[in-house]
Ligand binder design. Structure first.
Ligand SMILES: O=C(O)CCC(=O)C(=O)O
Length: 267
């Protein structure tokens, strides 16, 4: 169960990512995880950014990606079990056979992998489609009995996906990202829109730092089902902490009955 009935403490680990240096990135993440767990309000859920193991080193991704996710699994599964914490494992470059996926692993408090999701909309502006394989299913799962959804970065531009997750029961949407300048306005607006239109919590975790000439602005956000930003990161590496009460989802949904008022026969 969540901490108290339906309450979750969430920690968003807004990290910098060294491009093409998995050893460094695993070490940075381990440090942040240790820090996250030391807080007085122990997190129920932790999450990190997109492609945190390699960054966008796409031209060397076949040699750098985590083969069958084994290194990531060893770290995250044992962390989840040791500390009794749910883990939304950001996303990693994952090698399966000769294909590379951009994949999130989700662990429950026992350290069991309960779900995985590979990005289904590949971002052409970063030439993802030339190097990565798109996923073939959506990201729906439960943690502590709470229905959740997940998507990755560019996926938030596709409202049909979050609506499908909401219709499948999701009360909270998790979004790891590497969303760069100059599109802060898009990032904030799209995340708020996904929360408002689906009347669910949205938790996003973006990276900070630079990669070549590309700058990443952080601004990881926790947004409630009313669309209010309840926590937001700066542009520095940091842990953003928030506490949510999942009861709010039903309160907002019963106040404005969007799901009952839909007219799917017309659109
Ligand atoms: O849609 C955007 O503007 C950013 C998307 C992106 O950077 C990504 O999916 O990696």
């Amino acid at each position: 169960m969540a901490n108290k009935a339906n309450q979750w403490n969430i920690a968003l680990l807004q990290m910098d990512i060294a491009i093409g240096e998995p050893d460094l990135n695993y070490a940075v993440l381990e440090g942040l995880l240790e820090q996250a767990i030391k807080a007085e309000a122990k997190p129920d859920v932790v999450m990190f950014p997109e492609m945190w193991n390699t960054g966008y080193a796409l031209d060397r991704i076949h040699e750098l990606a985590d083969v069958d996710g084994e290194r990531t699994h060893a770290l995250l599964s044992s962390f989840a079990r040791e500390h009794g914490v749910n883990v939304i494992g950001g996303s990693i470059a994952e090698k399966k056979g000769d294909q590379i996926f951009n994949t999130i692993y989700v662990y429950n408090r026992e350290g069991i992998k309960v779900a995985e999701y590979s990005k289904i909309h590949l971002f052409r502006l970063m030439e993802e489609e030339k190097y990565l394989q798109e996923g073939s299913h959506i990201g729906q799962f439960e943690l502590d009995g709470i229905p959740c959804g997940m998507m990755i970065c560019y996926d938030i531009r596709f409202p049909e996906l979050s609506r499908k997750l909401a219709l499948g029961g999701a009360q909270i949407l998790f979004v790891p990202a590497e969303w760069p300048n100059p599109r802060l306005h898009h990032w904030r607006t799209l995340l708020m829109a996904r929360a408002i239109e689906n009347q669910m919590f949205v938790m996003s975790c973006n990276r900070v730092g630079t990669s070549g000439t590309t700058e990443f602005f952080g601004h990881s956000m926790a947004i409630d089902p009313w669309g209010e930003i309840i926590a937001e990161g700066t542009e520095a590496e940091q842990i953003i902490r928030t506490q949510i009460d999942l009861e709010l989802v039903q309160q907002v949904r019963s106040r404005i009955a969007v799901f009952e008022d839909r007219r799917p026969s017309l659109y």
